[in-house]
Design a protein around this ligand. Sequence first.
Ligand SMILES: CC(C)(COP(=O)(O)OP(=O)(O)OC[C@H]1O[C@@H](n2cnc3c(N)ncnc32)[C@H](O)[C@@H]1OP(=O)(O)O)[C@@H](O)C(=O)NCCC(=O)NCCS
Length: 179
Amino acid sequence: MSLPLRTSRLLVRRFRPEDASALAAYRTLPEVARYQGWSAPVTEDEARRLVREFTAADPDAPGWFQYAVEERESGVLVGDVGVRLDANGMQADLGFTLAPAAQGRGYATEAVRAVLGDLFERRGLRRVSAVCDARNHASARLLERVGFRREGMRPAYTWLKGEWTDDVLYGLLAEWWRD
Ligand SMILES: CC(C)(COP(=O)(O)OP(=O)(O)OC[C@H]1O[C@@H](n2cnc3c(N)ncnc32)[C@H](O)[C@@H]1OP(=O)(O)O)[C@@H](O)C(=O)NCCC(=O)NCCS
């Protein structure tokens, strides 16, 4: 267990109960929820329930673990990174969200690189996969920036918020990460 992960501008750490208000504040925004599995609004009660779930999870056990991303200078929660470790312990799925005020500054890239470094270098994973909505260009740019390769597209695969959406599949192997 290596948390927190420290980068030049961020602390990637476990969620704490006091994160619930900040989590609700960005997850409730329609532009943040647009391509995500949850729907806005997200109430403070819902965020408190989520944070209880996040704090109870084990990053080294199969299933989802949500990392809190804190800006070191301000101590503010600016987003989260989710990792779903497969039952085989050798591969994982990745997701990420930033509050709009923290976007466009490379924070997601910095946080995701820290998490991937931990997954590949300390925990020895072989593969990390990610899926994004074909219209989510910011997410695709982030994935490609950190080394993911586009592996395919699934037309009309996900029924999301009243419409069929196209999924783009991404993968990153340990050997590509090392290179
Ligand atoms: C996906 C998401 C996290 C990407 O956020 P982001 O701010 O674009 O990504 P980063 O924090 O890595 O910042 C990169 C951007 O900041 C710019 N930037 C500015 N300063 C930078 C720095 N010091 N280092 C790196 N990039 C920097 C980059 O040029 C880049 O801009 P561009 O993509 O327009 O070229 C964000 O759009 C989001 O939270 N969306 C809503 C949730 C969502 O859809 N999640 C994905 C589900 S699959």
